[in-house]
Design a protein around this ligand. Structure first.
Ligand code: XMP
Length: 236
């Protein structure tokens, strides 16, 4: 599914919030917690990012069941930060799309996704490249940002990930990428960025994990984040 569908969901729900569903632990607990969260968050969350934590906890079949149950309500993003040679990238993305994922996050630095982007579009799926990571030690990304940006733009990825903790790079990415290349910003609240801040610098979506799924009241937490996002967008 193209990121235009995600933007449509954003407009319908008045939200830019993507949930990082990083539940890790016993299978039954994680499965039922995932279902509970997705059943209560539908008014505020537009997309769900699933990666190693949940997949290792509940298995491929568990992830498949969740996507099947909620595919009409959420846009599903596979975050295994793929970084392999082109034919493995294509084969892996095909499996993930067959599972029901609408978009897949890949690394840009191996420079192995030239063929993957059109291949994924042929499968009606989107590719999101990791441009900048939110943690302090991500110096290799900082040193090579220009190369990664040129590659992301040239290869035509549908979106990029830029940590919300580094808003100057969000601003730079917004200036350098095509307008239809969307920016996803993780690192909100628990890594230090405030809700809505990344949007002010030009991000299109914010990805939030622990501040929602570990909150005593996940619905209230999601509502507050979305309200801050609405204010941030309104002030622009
Ligand atoms: P928390 O719990 O900190 O979760 O809200 C953040 C989620 O986002 C992912 N993450 C990143 N992914 N570049 C990425 O590609 C980053 O800079 C980055 N920072 C956080 C993380 O995997 C988790 O799912």
């Amino acid at each position: 599914m193209s990121l235009a569908n995600l933007m449509n969901k954003a407009e319908e729900k008045g939200s830019r919030l993507i949930l990082a569903l990083d539940l890790l632990g016993p299978k039954d607990y994680c499965s039922s917690r995932a279902v509970y969260l997705l059943s209560i968050l539908r008014d505020y969350v537009i997309g769900v990012k699933i990666g190693h934590p949940l997949t290792l906890s509940i298995g491929i079949k568990g992830v498949l069941d969740i996507i099947k149950q909620y595919s009409s309500e959420y846009f599903f993003i596979a975050d295994f930060k793929l970084a392999d040679v082109p034919h493995i990238m294509k084969a892996t993305v095909k499996v993930l799309v067959d599972m029901g994922f609408n978009a897949v996050i890949t690394h840009l630095f191996p420079m192995s996704i030239d063929e993957l982007v059109p291949f994924s579009h042929g499968l009606n799926a989107s590719i999101i490249g990791v441009l900048m990571m939110s943690h302090k030690g991500a110096v290799l990304f900082e040193k090579n940002l220009n190369v990664l940006l040129d590659y992301a733009r040239g290869v035509g990825v549908d979106g990029v990930v830029v940590g919300a903790t580094k808003p100057m790079y969000i601003k730079l990415a917004r200036e350098r990428l095509n307008r239809d290349q969307l920016i996803f910003a993780p690192g909100v609240i628990r890594q230090g960025a405030t809700a809505g801040e990344a949007l002010k610098f030009g991000a299109d979506f914010e990805i939030v994990g622990r501040a929602i799924y570990e909150a005593p009241d996940p619905l209230l937490s999601a509502r507050r984040i979305v309200e801050s996002e609405r204010e941030a967008l309104h002030d622009q």
